[in-house]
Design a protein around this ligand. Sequence first.
Ligand code: HEC
Length: 484
Amino acid sequence: MKSLVYLLFFLCLVSCSSRKQIEYRVEPLFSLQLDSTLLSVQTIDSQLNVPWEITWGPDNRVWFTEQSGTVSRIDPESGKKQLLLTIPGVHRERTMGLLGMAVRKFENGDIYAYMDYTIKRDTSIRSRLVRFRLNNDTLVDPKLLLEIPGGIGHNGSRVAFAPDGSLLWSTGDIFNGKNAQDKNSLNGKILRFNADGTIPADNPIPGSPVWAWGFRNIQGIASTLKGNIFTSEHGDATDDEVNLIRPGQNYGWPIIQGYADRPEEKTNNPFLPPKKSWTPTIAPSGLDYYHSTRIPEWNNCLLLASLKDQSFRVLQLDSAQQDIVKELVLLKDVLGRIRDICVSPGGDVYLSTSNRDWNPSTGFPKQQDDRIIKLSAAGKGKVAAKTITTSAPADLYSMYCASCHKADGAGLPGIYPALKSNAVVLGNKQTLVRLILTGKGQMPAFHFLSDKELATIISQVRHSWNNQATPITPEEVKEARVKF
Ligand code: HEC
């Protein structure tokens, strides 16, 4: 009898512990109610350090880069994770580091990963496009495809395969707008290559990888079922964009921002306007195309991650897959900054957070950050009751200033000055208004805001976080504007 009890106890131990291993799936964080589909939101990996790229691999795993220079893959079913590569010499600082990656399986069965990262030689910053081959569980045989000038910011980038099998690399203007319009510069462009890194014979400029130009800092590339290629891009103080890319076309930066709707944007150069632009900016990042009946509300939509706005956006396309007809904002301020998105062939969606990057918002990172999150259509009764949809629109300071100076006015040491107890904020009104109208260094100009809007923001800044200076009137803004 006694031995039978022991045996039962032992069996229970075995089965309980083995079940624990099989049940990798963590409890849903919460559920998300769409029109007719209930989505389960789960964490599949946590305590990462800026998973900059997440992409669905040909081996049915989620492959991801982390900004400091590692590449890993995780099986979302079992939770099994492997570190495939640590790249020596990656220079991570601000937005520099290991960024975009594309993974592809070729006809002979070989799997290659293409990625781009920043290096620093003495004081010279460079961006590299490098290809690796998967050998068992390791990425080997690095082949440098191209090296171009890098900068302390605006290094892009995304790496993606186009529907025709060519390789696209979006590069940033490295804080020099002139690069974007200069067809001899490889910055501020979409570059196109064959899979071996050579230049396709049908590129618009013979012998050049330049495929489209006039870009500031592209952060997302996605292709639709019909083969249309869309990008997402960061604007300056205004006009973040989603563009439909045509080869050999100019997208306007720095001459044009958004729809060329301001008097100073007159130009005789032909350019293609965006399919959507956002002012105030949202800092759009990873972009992917969804076509599945698994989440029917999102079929034929672009899915867009946002850093500054801390949201996940669903952009409904028309049937030609050329125009954006509707936008839905989800998960606002729930997960923090969202960096990238990928979709599995089964129609599940994965997101990566970016709360350990150089510019986290107030209240982040949380202990679990950064995370890879799975959104999947949930069977009835399987998800927790808490449902999250969208939240109320933010005030003007949050929309235009908090991404740099932070919600608590504390700024970012050495990069963005604190506005709390700041002598300029508390000092001469006309000097302060003029600075905000004209911008300075890496602070954008805000002259596009109305006198009333500026008066509201500046008064708010002068009266928050224990600042106790008198408010500014719209008349005082007008006065400064005339002088400027
Ligand atoms: C993209 C980031 C960014 C945004 C957005 C931004 N600023 Fe700034 N701001 C800066 C930087 C960088 C500086 C420092 C400029 C310099 O001295 O070169 C600065 C400086 C300032 C200063 C002067 C502080 C000092 O000590 O000299 C004030 C005041 C200010 N910003 C207010 C604002 C307000 C108000 C907004 C929103 C309307 C705003 N900023 C939006 C980046 C930003």
